[in-house]
Design a protein around this ligand. Structure first.
Ligand code: AMP
Length: 440
């Protein structure tokens, strides 16, 4: 199938051609006809599948079709499409896609998110826009100040809905939805369909078409996974060694905490590996600059926390390194979603110390495969690093919660980690997510 088979307008086909795309991705092939027809849609598609163009293209088309959208753009000022996203980076990325694909349509868009001044946003809103891309918090600020009018919204898009739940936006989202016209088109994109996402889909979507392009939690097919076992206190030196030995460039490195990301980035930089940290405590300007430098190849490493990295769109990123494994195994999938995009191959390398064996096992369970492990000469672990492996498809071994203690020197004795214990105890999801949030 070609883009020309999808019934898109000449203006859109021209913009797609300028991007060098010829073939729509599976999510685009499946979703575009439903959205063009005005149906609600529930799409299971992770980042990297081309999901942004899957909703942006048909919505641009509907906005320029006077039969579908009778309001002439010259006479109206209120947005007709509202896209809600979990992070500033994703807001900027979606708006950029609207700008690129809508280059020949004359439609106007705006990204509205916190961390930057509200006044320029107010001025642009006053001049009038067609597509509003917003994070929930800042949009509520605008609603509170009556600087945005949502009464003309024809289509609501909830992008990365699962992440919005992870980040605790659900109440904000419901408050925003209350302010929208009752009759509208609703589109929901999510990488996973956790129970709470299904519940929201149930209340928001009306007779939706279903599109599923990835197995639940399936990682990008083209990513290879590898683990290097190493003692915790050796990780920094090992990472430096890997950069030097392999001449790595453009590596996205994940840490669990903002502090850890700062410290590691500093250490890399001081040792001659150009690096920047990306996390929630950085100003929007610093984040934008770090990302631009990284994309331009000026930085060898971008050291990020999970939340900060959400929504990053970096073409052909060859390698993701997990300096620390995430608390929540699903975050591993989100992390590696940054590589192996749009058909390129990628490598996900994790530096795993003895205290992370439970996290590794949980990730292998989620992937339904074991990840090959190795050691690097000169960095052989001295601590007990035996990881009980999760064979593909094998059901989880049910250990009593108390038995889950850390081993190995360098750990804080056998102190149980509360989030994991909470999960074993059954009330887990929230506890583990909260824990993830707290650290980021
Ligand atoms: P997304 O899943 O929306 O984050 O998109 C992932 C990447 O795929 C982005 O860099 C897009 O520019 C790119 N992309 C989107 N659609 C296509 C396509 N049909 N062919 C090639 N690349 C695409």
């Amino acid at each position: 199938m070609q883009f020309t088979d999808l019934g898109l307008s000449a203006e859109l086909l021209r913009a797609i051609g300028e991007q060098g795309y010829t073939t729509p991705t599976p999510v685009q092939q499946q979703a575009i006809p439903h959205i063009l027809a005005g149906r609600d849609l529930e799409a299971l598609a992770q980042t990297g599948t081309g999901k942004t163009a899957a909703f942006v293209l048909p919505l641009l088309q509907r906005l320029t079709n006077p039969l579908v959208s009778p309001l002439q753009k010259v006479t109206h000022t209120a947005p007709r499409v509202l896209v809600l996203v979990p992070t500033r980076e994703l807001a900027a990325q979606v708006t950029e896609s609207v700008r690129i694909y809508g280059a020949h349509t004359g439609l106007r868009s705006l990204a509205v998110f916190g961390g930057v001044g509200i006044n320029p946003q107010i001025q642009t809103l006053r001049r009038g826009i067609d597509i509003l891309v917003a994070t929930p918090g800042r949009l509520l600020d605008h609603l509170g100040q009556r600087t945005v009018d949502l009464s003309k919204v024809q289509t609501l898009v909830l992008d990365e809905a699962d992440r919005m739940f992870d980040m605790g936006f659900i109440r904000d989202i419901r408050r925003i939805i209350e302010r929208l016209p009752k009759v509208r088109q609703n589109l929901m994109f999510s990488a996973t369909f956790a129970a709470e996402v299904r519940e929201l889909a149930h209340t928001v979507l009306k007779n939706p078409a279903l599109v599923e392009v990835a197995r639940r939690n399936a990682p990008a097919e083209l990513v290879s996974h590898a683990v290097i076992k190493v003692d915790k206190e050796q990780k920094r030196d090992l990472l430096l060694h890997l950069f030097e030995a392999h001449g790595w460039h453009q590596v996205l490195v994940f840490c669990r905490t903002k502090h850890g990301a700062d410290a590691l980035s500093k250490k890399l930089d001081q040792s001659g590996v150009r690096s920047a940290a990306l996390h929630g405590n950085k100003s929007q300007n610093a984040r934008t600059r770090a990302l631009a430098d990284f994309k331009a190849g000026k930085l060898a490493a971008l050291v990020a926390t999970d939340i900060a990295a959400r929504g990053l769109d970096i073409d052909s990123l060859p390698r993701v390194v997990n300096f620390e494994l995430p608390n929540v195994p699903e975050d591993y999938i989100h992390r590696i979603g940054r590589t192996g995009r749009a058909g390129a191959s990628g490598e996900a390398l994790s530096l795993v110390s003895s205290d992370e064996r439970v996290e590794l096992r949980d990730i292998e369970r989620l992937l339904k495969r074991e990840i090959a492990t190795s050691v690097v000469p000169g960095f052989e672990p001295q601590h007990n690093n035996s990881v009980p492996r999760a064979a593909a498809g094998r059901p989880p071994a049910h250990k009593p919660a108390q038995a889950r203690t850390r081993t190995g020197t360098g750990d804080r004795s056998s102190a149980p980690r509360s989030p994991r214990l909470a999960r074993d105890g059954g009330g887990a999801k929230t506890a583990s997510h909260h824990s993830g949030q707290r650290h980021r």
